[in-house]
Design a protein around this ligand. Structure first.
Ligand code: CA2
Length: 173
């Protein structure tokens, strides 16, 4: 089973990973998962389904591979680590798929990071947040993302990868 990744990519300001790469080197999608999503498949299956984070990573890797892209996966329960990963993506990714979990509804800092890197981002939620508690109806991220996918379960991650591939690589042949 793929272990959830706590580590973010190298993010030292002077490191190669923190510098924008040449267009030819940018062939990956950053798939970012926020707090508690490491528990997927182990708790509350009635709400979040039975797929684990490892299953989601395999789903994303397959969808990306079909379009000639790779994926980089980061899961963290810490806001700063998610922000570091977004910054590092500037040098290595064509776009970002982000399920920021509960930080979606609280984090101006993650919003600012997405804005700052100027990479196309897709906000994903496994559940339909608009059919849940009112505090989940507002997202600080939606208007700085190119698209929002909510309520499609884990398939939402695949849709997000396919959309980013279309946007950045052109139509599938
Ligand atoms: O629907 C989504 O994907 C959410 O981003 C999930 C977040 C929630 O705070 C958002 O409002 C919507 C919660 C993630 C918690 O994940 C768990 C997984 C398994 C067991 C318990 C929590």
């Amino acid at each position: 089973m793929t272990q959830p990744t706590e580590s973010s990519p190298a993010a030292r300001p002077d490191s190669p990973a923190a510098r924008p790469a040449s267009p030819a080197a940018r062939h990956s999608v950053l798939v970012l998962n926020g707090p508690n999503l490491n528990l997927l498949g182990t708790r509350e299956p009635e709400k979040y389904g039975t797929a684990t984070l490892g299953d989601i990573e395999r789903l994303c890797a397959g969808a990306a591979d079909a379009r000639g892209l790779a994926c980089e996966f980061v899961q963290s329960n810490h806001e700063g680590a998610l922000i570091d990963a977004i910054h590092a993506a500037r040098g290595s990714a064509v776009g970002i798929v982000i399920n920021a979990g509960a930080y979606t509804h609280t984090s101006v800092a993650i919003r600012d990071a997405i804005s700052a890197v100027q990479l196309p981002a897709v906000e994903v939620h496994i559940t339909n947040v608009h059919a849940r508690e009112p505090f989940r109806h507002h997202s600080y991220l939606s208007d700085v993302c190119k698209a929002v996918i909510a309520g499609a379960g884990t398939l939402g991650y695949r849709f997000a990868i396919e959309y980013l591939a279309e946007l950045t690589q052109g139509p599938a042949v």
